[in-house]
Design a protein around this ligand. Structure first.
Ligand SMILES: [Mn+2]
Length: 419
């Protein structure tokens, strides 16, 4: 767009030969694929000739590595699972193409956080993502600091920020602003400044310590609770040029906003916000974010009130979300459960009713899981064994299977995890 080209942008959940054929029929001069297509290079070559680029971070077959059309993190020595996502790849592609695109560095940071690549010490970004952080900092666009990482730390009243925080899932606090407020009132912390609610970022170091103590006593004395609280201190990335009262101010929240738009079928709204729309699109995106959070909270409450839906199977935990969890929200719900103290050392596999008589499956490996699993491969093989399809990353993957084969599928997953 900056170079005056006519650009059409499309978001698709995944690329298949039918979508490629449809794109070919539309006769564009050039095609750029990002965050997908790495396993379909051969199909793209035969459909589009040399008129395409794939900018991606998914692992690719060895024979595709040297190809000029493939701009993949792994080709450049980065671990595409932790050090480079499609946003940072796209950013460095854009900057290499034209250095004046360096103002887009914040989007690289947002994408890396939205993709949960903050796997460095103290939940910091690393590798190519960290290089994007440095570029954004030296351009005066970003301030990084070590702090309490609650959602809405700069924008929400303290009790709301704590209740909104779902990674890690804080039992009794996440989704429960009234009980958080009650605990805070008892602590004697000053929650308001004149008539307005204070935010977590406005607290002094001493007050932050006090807040942490209050939360620790609410969570109860367990090793896991201490660990959960420790994991809330980490690298925060703030955009000083964004309005202080929007979710765009904090890079993690900006990422959540984009994930919400993607999940809720409003990808175009998210793209508009990335392109700079701070009026109508931002308003619509914030509404979508609210609906997304409400949907997730309802699903979590529903699961908590029907314990039979959660079924431990050794190191695997099955979460039956049929008729309760919207399939669009299954992925985030499973991620949140996997971050809870109870399931951090497990593989969590969730299911939800999908269109027709299919089941949607979403699975995650907890951070404290001992041992090695490649969930992408397990989902692929277990799904194929019941006439479904599956795949993904080693720590997070999904599948779609016929509901009638659910039992066979969970058995196959449990066997593969324990083998
Ligand atoms: Mn990706």
């Amino acid at each position: 767009m900056r170079r005056g080209a006519n650009v059409t942008l499309r978001t698709v959940p995944d690329l298949d030969p039918r979508t490629i054929a449809a794109l070919e029929a539309e006769k564009y001069d050039f095609y750029i694929f990002t965050d997908l297509a790495s396993t379909l290079i051969g199909e793209l070559e035969s459909a589009l000739g040399g008129r395409f680029l794939v900018i991606d971070h998914h692992q690719i077959p060895a024979e595709e590595i040297g190809k000029a059309q493939v701009v993949n993190a792994w080709n450049f020595g980065y671990d595409g699972g932790r050090e480079a996502c499609s946003s940072s790849m796209a950013y460095f592609f854009a900057v290499t193409f034209d250095p004046s695109n360096s103002d887009l560095s914040p989007l690289a940071v947002v994408g890396a956080l939205a993709d949960r690549q903050d796997a460095g010490p103290g939940r910091s970004l690393s590798g190519l993502n960290e290089t994007a952080v440095q570029e954004a900092q030296s351009g005066g666009l970003l301030a990084a600091s070590r702090d309490l990482m609650f959602t809405g730390r700069e924008t929400r009243p303290i009790h709301e920020a704590i209740a909104l925080t779902s990674t890690p899932f804080l039992k009794g606090l996440t989704g429960n602003k009234d009980s958080v407020l009650a605990a805070l009132h008892q602590s004697g912390l000053t929650l308001k400044d004149g008539g307005t609610w204070r935010t977590i970022s406005s607290l002094t170091a001493e007050e932050k310590m006090k807040l942490t103590e209050v939360l620790a006593s609410t969570l109860g004395p367990s090793e896991g609770a201490t660990e959960a609280l420790a994991s809330l201190v980490g690298e925060v990335y703030a955009f000083r040029f964004e309005d202080a009262f929007t979710p765009l101010r904090d890079a993690r929240e900006f990422g959540t906003l984009l994930n919400a738009c993607g999940r809720m079928g409003a990808a175009g709204t998210g793209v508009s916000v990335c392109l700079g729309d701070r009026s109508e699109a931002l308003k619509a995106a914030m509404k979508t974010l609210h609906e997304y959070r409400t949907g997730i909270n309802k699903a979590l409450e529903g699961l908590a009130s029907e314990p039979s839906r959660i079924e431990p199977h050794g190191r695997v935990v099955l979460v039956h979300g049929e008729g309760l969890v919207d399939e669009k929200l299954l992925g985030p719900v499973i991620s949140i459960l996997t971050s809870s103290l109870e399931f951090k050392d497990k593989v969590v596999v969730g299911s939800a009713s999908s269109r027709g008589s299919d089941l949607k499956i979403s699975s995650r490996v907890g951070d404290n899981y001992e041992g090695n699993v490649n969930l992408g491969l397990i989902m692929q093989e277990a799904a194929e064994s019941v006439d479904g399809v599956g795949g993904g990353h080693s720590m997070a993957a999904g599948a779609k299977i016929p509901s009638s084969r659910a039992v066979d599928f969970s058995r196959a997953v449990s066997e593969k995890v324990s083998s």
